[in-house]
Ligand binder design. Sequence first.
Ligand code: MSP
Length: 494
Amino acid sequence: MKTIKYLTTPIYYPNNTPHVGHLYSSLLVDVWKKAAKLLNRKHYFTTGLDEHGQKVAQAAAARGYSAQEHVNHLSAKFIEFFQHFNIEWDYWVRTTSVEHKMAVQNIWMKLKNNGYIYKGNYAGWYSISDETYLAEKPEQESEHIVWREEDCYFFKLSALEDQLKKFYEEHPDFVYPNKRYNEAMGFLQNGLKDFVISRPKNRLYWGIEVPDDSDHVIYVWIDALVNYISAVGYPNEEEYKHYWPGKHVLGKDILKFHAIYWPAILMATQLPLPEKLIVHGWWMRDDAKISKSLGNAVPLDDLITKYQVDGIRYFLLRGIELGEDGQFREDILKGVVHGDLANKYGNIFLRMLGIIELRFGGALPNGMPNLKTKEADALRKTLDRLYYSVDTLIDEPETMSEYLNRFIEVIVQINDYFQNNKIWEIEDKVEQAANLYFLMDIFRKATVLISPVLTNSANAVMKFLGFPECSMKYYDSNLPLEYISNRPRLFPKI
Ligand code: MSP
């Protein structure tokens, strides 16, 4: 029986170094996992690399490395990159691992034994960058698109068309957002053709061998999709049934593989289908998707120095509505980090601390937290909505944008409260203390609730306030009254 919530990212091709597009897929799942951890829920997060296939083999050859050396090197690079952004997975997938290979071969044999694999011959245009045969002749030939004629094995996808249609009709919420569900329905309505699931080894050596025919290797997408179950112990039923089925986060470019091929493979092997597909858009630069092949990735080092890891994490989630595309440009990033984090979040903190220093000698006055005004109640309600949005996010990762909106609402309302009530001008010290304590309390709670996104800053704020760490343990407790002396500099403006 399933006991643990399980969310995956796509696994990345290590044909080049990672960029912001990869970070985005993994960040979405990371925040979901951190949110679950915050509220003490069971959760599991996998991410990693899709190490086989022509693209990777070519990249290795171009660098003069063996394919295995190349993927080892890049695996370390991806790990370093993600760790730098505080991404914390439970399991790092590598499709060259022995466990994964065995799981893929197990699935192959099941497909074969269930009558879904047959041998044939294929001739067509193959796109190396997408690792797939194209339906039509491309307008332009290039080194990435080549004509292929080869003996191969086919997967009987056509035999599953009706079953897939029925599944989609019965599960209108299977794909988020709805426009991607409609796109998947479109694939089904156009009819499904059998597809090639192997490559002759003399053409491509870098893959998992077909179990009973060592002249062929298994198509990289079958290999890759199986990671979602091999990562949680498949074929060991005792293990994987605790996790599977899970939810997949993926980019819109790989919808067909996840919405059609993967469910079909699972149907053909009589395994449960994923719970949901959460499909995100692309980070763009001008009119093009940021990608390794285009080489248009924005260097992040300089941006990290200026806006910090937290600023970039925040921007990636707030800068686009989940499911839509967005422009990754420094001016927009700066606008969001300054607008939300420096001017609203960081600034209100500093203003409160300013009064505490000026009028209370730097120690938080022990005010009465039970301020009973209409405005205070309204602020508490807004905070409650933020709390519930974290709770909702854990079950419905697609509500990510909502969560960020709820956070900024609280921060805006703290700012308004401070401004409208002219907290700095209140003569009566007891009244001023009560207001400050109240606002600082809400600020602390909002900080804990946004800590899945603002990992470093939330920790710094909580430590400054005198808590040992940032966790739900310190959500409701009294605020310590003494502050340590070094204020964190939250999102200084550039
Ligand atoms: N290896 C396959 C996935 C196999 S999953 C079983 C693959 N790899 S990829 O490295 O090309 O892309 C992986 C993910 O990164 C995809 O979800 C893709 O959408 C995402 N991104 C790559 N560039 C992107 C942007 N510029 N913006 C947002 N995400 C994009 O496909």
